[in-house]
Design a protein around this ligand. Structure first.
Ligand SMILES: *Cc1c(COP(=O)(O)O)cnc(C)c1O
Length: 431
């Protein structure tokens, strides 16, 4: 086994390790996780005193950098007034203010905000909205979904069922997961025709199509053109199925526009948001529906109400953080920063193109990806990145970065230099 972190192990880690279960990790023989004792700006402070640049912004979420004083101040204010209160039968200002602001930022009539506490749960809510929308209209049997290869929508059961089977352990959970239609994105005539055929024959069983617009994240780090979203919108209308955009990863500036769907001018029926919504400070998510979807739940029949309600939904600290984060999007040029980072990533990662075992090099907004044929020597890669002073965690077939949108040019260059150096070494090592 290659150790990733070779610095001093703090006592809390030595004492706690027997009791902790890490995500997506074979615990037997697992490399020691990196002990992080603080964050500041775009840096993680390690127990051994080193400070490293976070290339991932804590899974795409820390869009303004860590410990942003405005977000901290707004959370502290809210903390003294009301850290939490149930949302059943109760309203509070941070949530209603945030709902109104989100509705104003989102295109057209995506106006009806349902809050939840994690991305996966907001996907569950969106799937339930779609199924119940049809039921409320008296249409039976529309309870399946179309989703896409390399897609990722979360780790809960419904969300997992619409992921690419390869990344969501479908094989492990066959019989437990709902079977969905996981197909190729409609990128060309053949794939558009294939989806058109599928919808023609199965439309009576399909509630909605779900897709991550422009950038498929955790399932493969693949990009597609806005035309794909136009094709999905028109096919969904022709065949009377709903369209859900999962913007949990792409939302809030990551692709260079506030929402990825803005670049296509395509409006979904339901959109999910989370990750960067609170600037990466508090767990919070939302599923937001258009007027038509929302009106499908208005009825004299009480059972037509949306049947969902997480204990911590619309947590006031999370809403305060999200409102503060939106203030920063208003005051500071985040979208320009995202585009500048994207241009820099594209230029500075380009030297890797053409090396053996490198399949592709690409960037869109503040997402930079080096795709390899097979991700061998994973712990060696992580260890070398750490030695170079950067936090990068390759997975699948992608060595990628999603930096904070505030990362300065020099820090981005440190990231890309480390990638070019380490991946070049790796390319020789695995040959
Ligand atoms: C991260 C992610 C999710 C799941 O969000 P969690 O907060 O991890 O549950 C869903 N969809 C997309 C596109 C994501 O990137």
């Amino acid at each position: 086994m290659t150790q990733v972190y070779t610095g001093a192990i703090p006592p809390w880690q030595a004492e706690g390790t027997p009791y902790i279960w890490m995500p997506y990790t074979q615990m037997q023989g697992a490399a020691t996780p990196v002990p992080v004792v603080g964050t500041e700006g775009v840096r993680l402070k390690l127990a051994d005193g080193r400070e490293i640049i976070d290339g991932l912004a804590s899974w795409w979420s820390v869009c303004h950098g860590y410990n942003h004083p405005h977000i901290l101040a707004e959370i502290e204010k809210q903390l003294r007034v009301m850290p939490h209160v149930m949302f059943g039968g109760i309203n509070h200002e941070p949530a209603l203010k945030l709902a109104r602001r989100l509705a104003n930022l989102l295109p057209e009539d995506l106006n009806h905000v349902f809050f939840a506490d994690s991305g996966s749960v907001s996907v569950e809510v969106a799937l339930k909205m779609a199924v119940q929308f049809w039921l409320n209209r008296g249409v039976q049997g529309k309870n399946r979904f179309v989703s896409f290869k390399y897609g990722y929508h979360g780790d809960t059961i419904g969300a997992m069922s619409v992921c690419d089977p390869l990344n969501s352990m479908h094989a492990h959970f066959k019989g437990f997961l709902h079977e969905q239609f996981v197909v190729d994105l409609p990128r060309d005539n053949a794939t558009v025709a294939a989806l058109d055929d599928l919808l023609s024959t199965q439309r009576d069983r399909i509630a909605a199509i779900i897709v991550e617009p422009l950038v498929q994240g955790a399932g493969g780090m693949r990009f597609h053109e806005p035309e794909v979203l136009e094709a999905l919108r028109s096919l969904s209308e022709i065949h009377e199925v709903l369209l859900i955009f999962d913007e949990i990863a792409t939302g809030f500036g990551r692709t260079g526009s506030m929402f990825a769907c803005d670049q296509a001018g395509v409006v979904p029926d339901i959109i999910t948001l989370s990750k960067a919504m609170t600037g990466g400070v508090m767990p919070l998510s939302a599923a937001i529906a258009t007027d038509r979807i929302y009106e499908g739940f208005l009825s004299d029949d009480a059972s037509h109400a949306l049947m969902h309600g997480p204990t911590y939904m619309a947590n006031p600290l999370g809403c305060a953080a999200a409102n503060a984060s939106l203030d920063l999007f208003e005051r500071e040029p985040r979208l320009e920063q995202a585009l500048a980072i994207g241009a820099q990533l594209a230029t500075e990662l380009e030297p890797l193109r053409g090396l053996s075992h490198i399949e592709d090099v690409r960037a869109k907004g503040a997402v930079g990806v080096v795709q390899v044929d097979e991700l061998r020597e994973l712990d060696w890669l992580k260890a070398r990145f750490l030695e170079e002073g950067v936090w990068i965690r390759p997975f699948g077939d992608a060595i990628y970065v999603t930096p904070s949108l505030t990362m300065c040019e020099d820090d981005v260059r440190t990231l890309t230099s480390a990638m070019v150096k380490v991946v070049t070494e790796w390319s020789v090592r695995v040959s």
